[in-house]
Design a protein around this ligand. Sequence first.
Ligand SMILES: Cc1cc2nc3c(=O)[nH]c(=O)nc-3n(C[C@H](O)[C@H](O)[C@H](O)COP(=O)(O)O)c2cc1C
Length: 168
Amino acid sequence: MNKTAIIYSFNTKKTGKVAEKIIEAFNDDQLSSINAEELTEELFTSYNQIIMGVATWFDGELPNHWDEFVPALEDLDLSGKKIALFGLGDQKGYPENFLDGMGIMAQILVGLGATLVGFTSTQGYEFESSRALRGDMFTGLAIDYENQGSLNKERIANWVEQLKREFS
Ligand SMILES: Cc1cc2nc3c(=O)[nH]c(=O)nc-3n(C[C@H](O)[C@H](O)[C@H](O)COP(=O)(O)O)c2cc1C
């Protein structure tokens, strides 16, 4: 059976809000919520379908809680795991590093053998560069609370429907 988890920092404001909306849209009591700040390798590898919330902090970097888990993550073999990322960024404030955190995490996960799902179109966003691009797609759901918060609901709903098809 496929075990699915959503992992994000419970101490973040906007990432936490988006995660709650994703959980609501999934409407599935089999989806476990895990605090990224209490994550262990054993817990991470006990799921074969994982949704991860990765904002961008510090001008193009991972948030601290993810950066601290990367050394442990890099010891893992993630082949056979399907992972979907949702990223938060600010395309007007940081147009040269929009969603870089999500792109950095995507690169690490793919290098460890994971299969990434949940890629989305870049249509409707304006920025100069992003490490979260693969071709003309983002490596996950792209949320910009600062400038496009009114689109969150629709973007999340569409993405969850996409994940329900791509997972399982
Ligand atoms: C100091 C600082 C640096 C940031 N750097 C970036 C960045 O490089 N790229 C980006 O897309 N967003 C950047 N952001 C925007 C955040 O990713 C955005 O506000 C996000 O919603 C924060 O989510 P959180 O409250 O869950 O941490 C930055 C925000 C702050 C406060």
